[in-house]
Ligand binder design. Structure first.
Ligand code: PEP
Ligand code: MN
Length: 348
């Protein structure tokens, strides 16, 4: 941390600041300039904060040197992380074909917003696989704005997802809503999804840090890049290294689209972290006709994976139908994504 003292601050204030830094565990090196005094505080600055140091009398400005997210940062790991989901070693014990994230290949995770029933999810799983998806998504626990809306099939839905995995070999990505549900969902899922409404549910983040199942962490709908990375840090610091981040759009004043898809955050996150960065153009737009263009744009922007809502009968979907594309449109889109990936030296 660099502390810039106020112009004309007293020697007593400088000495007091040095003592305070030592108490925190940092070593102060003080530089007396003509107009200002600057203190360079050497050591692990993550044990304090800009807010805390700004309170020291005589301090005008505090500048951090390191990112506050240690394990997630590129500073700690300059090369991108790659890891598998599913496969023979999946912590849930299910049988599926492993999928690598963070490498040259860009996996597409597709499926309906929610598990609505056994035949619906089996049909969806076969269809998205046929079209080129390498993992299946669908929620068994749905975070709904209204308590009167369909809430998901809970464990029954998880069992249908497990059956779909057995039938297709696709690893399963599904949302966990509550810390107490983590062991149950981890019993069935290859990847635990943490949704936008839970990105700062710190108890849930900690619970997902304590298991071996990989985690897909969506960006909170009003979260900054730094908050997203600090949320990932909760999971990483709990001992779970397999975390991928997902841009899914944020709330803005624009009401034509459901969310504003902040695609610039994909390359921005990749500059800041070694973790794989996914994009979700379904929630990012909320409008079916806009999804293909924003999926193609996500690949071009450097996304390491795509999460997309596809339903055998989108008009009849119980949740998020307006942003869900048909199997036919999905198959066409996968081929377009392949062409774009090839142009940037990657594969789909
Ligand atoms: C979902 O993936 O269906 C979902 C609920 O996403 P989000 O948390 O981004 O709204
Ligand atoms: Mn959805």
């Amino acid at each position: 941390m660099i502390l810039v003292m106020r112009q004309g601050c007293s020697q007593e204030e400088v000495t007091n600041a040095e003592v305070r830094l030592k108490e925190i565990g940092l070593t102060p090196h003080t530089l007396f300039g003509v107009e200002r005094t600057v203190i360079a505080a050497i050591g692990d600055e993550r044990r304090t904060s800009v807010d805390e140091l700004s309170q020291i009398p005589g301090v005008d400005n505090v500048m951090p040197i390191l990112a506050p997210y240690k394990l997630a940062s590129r500073e700690s790991q300059p090369i991108p992380s790659t890891f598998d989901i599913g496969g023979a070693d999946s912590p849930c014990g299910g049988k599926s074909k492993a999928v690598t994230f963070g490498g040259k290949s860009i996996p597409i995770i597709a499926g309906p917003c929610a598990v609505e029933g056994r035949s619906q999810i089996l049909e969806a799983a076969h269809a998205v696989k046929e079209a080129g998806a390498v993992a299946l998504r669908a929620g068994a626990f749905k975070p709904r704005t209204s308590p009167y809306q369909f809430q998901g099939l809970a464990e029954e839905g998880l069992s249908y997802l497990a059956e779909a995995r057995e039938a297709t070999g696709l690893p399963i990505v599904t949302e966990v809503l509550a810390p107490a549900d983590v062991p149950l969902v981890a019993k069935y899922a290859d990847v635990l999804q943490i949704g936008t409404r839970n990105m700062q549910n710190f108890l849930l983040l900690r619970a997902c840090g304590a298991v071996k199942t990989p985690v897909l962490l969506k960006r909170g709908m009003s979260a900054s890049l730094e908050e997203h990375l600090l949320a990932a840090e909760y999971i990483l610091s709990g001992g779970n290294p397999r975390v991928m981040l997902c841009e899914r759009g944020i709330r803005t004043f624009e009401s034509y689209v459901r969310n504003t898809f902040a695609l610039a955050l994909v390359p921005a996150l990749k500059e800041k972290t070694h973790l794989p960065i996914l994009a979700d153009p379904s929630h990012g737009t909320g409008v079916r006709t806009l999804v293909p263009a924003m999926t193609r744009a996500s690949i071009a922007a450097g996304a390491d994976g795509i999460l997309i809502e596809v339903h055998p009968n989108p008009e009849k979907a119980l949740t998020d139908g307006a942003q869900t594309i048909s199997v036919k449109d999905f198959a066409k889109l996968v081929n377009e994504c392949r062409a774009i990936a090839e142009a940037i030296g990657r594969t789909v």
